[in-house]
Write a protein of this length. Structure first.
Length: 275
């Protein structure tokens, strides 16, 4: 059964935790979908984990559309959320609606995500009114890394915490169907989750959220540049891949790969005529 905005709304009511992971390609999305994930986010984190940038700011609409299309081709049941890249929605409500529309028309994804609180409520309202579900994103919003002065936990002072609660209420009022809470104290995330009616999806925001999201390269130990405190390695796929690559290199050098079973046959009399 396809996950929809109605499904996740019901999951919050039932206390059924919502699961979300990022994916950026067909094969990974297919595996996640078969595993039963509720939502797949094609995050602009692809700038860091797929393309090797230092942050997400260089990611373009074309990058996002390309990867979102691949994920949609691999997904049957999960809701696919396309992440709106830096400067695809900040400058104007018009840009926001046009670019959100491109995600839906050109990729087949089911919703879009954008970062920010009260400041982007006009965009959330206009996109929602165009019939496109919007997931909001509060706390450590990586597209504002330069304004934050680095990737830091947000909402620790009374003023900052109050602003996050107000922003959460504002994005709900503007029509967002869910919100990612990134890198904020667990107790504050729990309070926000209890205050608003729409589902909260946490990353570095503790167990009190209505769901969780992780970047898949982080949770499979595929990304080794750094490991944020909130990441748990659910499998060491990075080591398994490295072992596989080493085995391949060894066997090709030794001449043990390819073996008979990996090779194609031709009748000897045909080959002899060619010599
Ligand atoms: O881009 C991304 O992957 C995200 C998640 C970390 C929520 O925004």
């Amino acid at each position: 059964m396809k996950t929809t905005v109605a499904t996740v709304r019901q999951q919050k009511k039932d206390g059924d935790k919502i699961t979300m992971l990022t994916a950026y390609d067909y094969s990974t999305a297919k595996l996640m979908d078969e595993a039963g994930i509720d939502m797949i986010l094609v995050g602009d984190s692809l700038g860091m984990v797929m393309l090797g940038y230092e942050d997400t700011l260089s990611v373009t609409m074309e990058d996002m559309l390309h990867h979102t299309r691949a994920v949609c081709r691999g997904t049957k049941n999960a809701m696919v959320v396309g992440d709106m890249p830096f400067m695809s929605y900040q400058a104007s409500v018009y840009d926001a609606v046009v670019n959100a529309g491109r995600f839906i028309k050109e990729t087949g994804c089911n919703a879009v995500k954008l970062e920010g609180g009260a400041a982007v409520c006009p965009q959330i309202k206009a996109i929602t009114e165009a019939g496109i579900p919007v997931m909001a994103h509060l706390g450590l919003t990586p597209q504002s890394v330069n304004a934050f002065g680095g990737f830091k936990v947000q909402g620790k002072s009374e003023e900052a915490a109050r602003k996050l609660v107000d922003d959460a209420k504002a994005i709900q009022e503007a029509g967002a169907f869910a919100v990612v809470l990134e890198c904020i104290p667990s107790k504050l995330a729990k309070l926000i989750s209890e205050t608003i009616q729409i589902p909260t999806i946490g990353i570095g925001a503790g167990a009190g959220c209505d769901g969780q999201v992780l970047v898949y390269q982080d949770m499979l130990a595929l990304f080794s540049d750094f490991k944020p405190k909130f990441v748990k390695h659910f499998a060491d796929v990075g080591s398994a891949m490295k072992e596989g690559f080493e085995g391949y290199i060894r066997e090709v050098k030794e001449g043990t790969f390819p073996a008979e079973e990996h090779s194609f046959k031709i009748a000897d009399d045909i080959i002899e005529k060619l010599y």
